[in-house]
Design a protein around this ligand. Structure first.
Ligand code: C2E
Ligand code: CA
Ligand code: CA
Ligand code: CA
Length: 275
């Protein structure tokens, strides 16, 4: 028994070791990638549910690590764990504004561009200055930049959060709550924060047609958002029936594979020209 225990530990230890090793390697490679422009921005179009008109796009970070695609679901948490999310987040914010301006010129029309903001970026004292800088140096109009924050980002210090949100609001940028419904915050902040949009998390949308409990939740979220004058956008919409039901429930916008996958710049441009 002791021998197999020892063997068990050996196996476990080896697995843990290789996970730690991969994390360490990814962090080193990320630093390198940041310096050598190996990250790329993709854009996922967002549309109105009533007429399919494109109204915006969410910026999603992509990393092609020497031919291996690493998911942001893996590298973003690692970047957050070692502080690299700060320079990486700055890069995304500036690049998104620059590419948006180029897109508006190439496409001959404007739309809102939404950037994901890590709670770690959001809690930095100079975050407002960073946003101001990205707008000024690119010429991006503030009302076309949307910042997606998660409920977790608003948890640490509510007073600081409220004043930062008001300063961002005064700057003119759009503010949305990402993955709405999956966080732990109380709902009371919704009425006190100057928000524009709620993004209904894709986990709710996924079970919308099959589970009446999810239907009730989505229905309640939509009613709540409407009563607070917030725009509602459903994430992860993959099927026409989901879109139809969401529209009937009063949700205004959608994002998901049904309308479009996240696209690189050139494909987004031709998507816009076809829509
Ligand atoms: P998120 O902000 O909730 O982004 C939505 C995710 O859902 C994206 O995954 C997108 O590709 C995926 N998605 C979109 N439509 C559908 C659909 O119809 N079905 C399904 N199954 N999935 C869909 P992605 O690009 O892998 O990003 C994962 C997460 O990584 C994001 O979740 C976000 O939290 C984070 N992330 C991505 N880019 C950035 C970034 O620039 N900064 C920060 N801080 N986080 C980022
Ligand atoms: Ca997001
Ligand atoms: Ca989301
Ligand atoms: Ca998410």
């Amino acid at each position: 028994a002791a021998a197999s225990d020892v063997a068990g530990w050996t196996v476990y230890d080896a697995q843990l070791g290789s996970q730690v090793e991969r994390a360490r390697q990814l962090i080193a490679d990320m630093r390198d990638a940041l310096q050598h422009d190996a990250f790329e921005l993709y854009f996922q179009p967002q549309a109105r549910l009533d007429n399919q008109q494109m109204v915006g796009a969410e910026v999603l970070l992509r990393w092609n690590k020497d031919g291996e695609f690493v998911s942001p679901g893996e590298f973003i948490p690692l970047a957050e764990s070692c502080g690299l999310i700060l320079p990486l987040g700055d890069w995304v914010l500036n690049k998104a504004c620059q590419q948006a301006m180029q897109l508006f010129a190439d496409a001959g029309r404007e739309f809102v561009v939404a950037v994901n903001i890590s709670p770690i970026q959001f809690s930095q004292r100079d975050f407002l200055d960073k946003v101001r800088h990205a707008l000024q140096s690119s010429g991006m109009p503030a009302h076309l930049l949307e910042l997606e924050i998660t409920e977790g980002a608003t948890m640490h210090n509510e007073l600081d959060t409220i004043s930062l949100l008001h300063e961002l609001h005064d700057l003119g940028v759009m503010l949305s709550i990402d993955d709405f419904g999956t966080g732990y915050s109380s709902l009371s902040y919704l009425s006190r924060f100057p928000l524009h949009k709620l993004k209904i998390d894709q986990s709710f949308v996924r079970h919308l047609l099959s589970d009446p409990n999810y239907l009730s939740i989505v229905h309640s979220v939509i009613e709540l958002g409407k009563s607070l004058n917030l725009t509602l956008i459903a994430e992860g919409v993959e099927e026409p029936k989901q879109a139809e039901l969401l529209r009937e429930l009063g949700c205004a916008e959608m994002q998901g594979y049904l309308y479009s996958r996240p696209l690189p710049y050139d494909q987004l441009l031709s998507f816009i020209q076809r829509h």
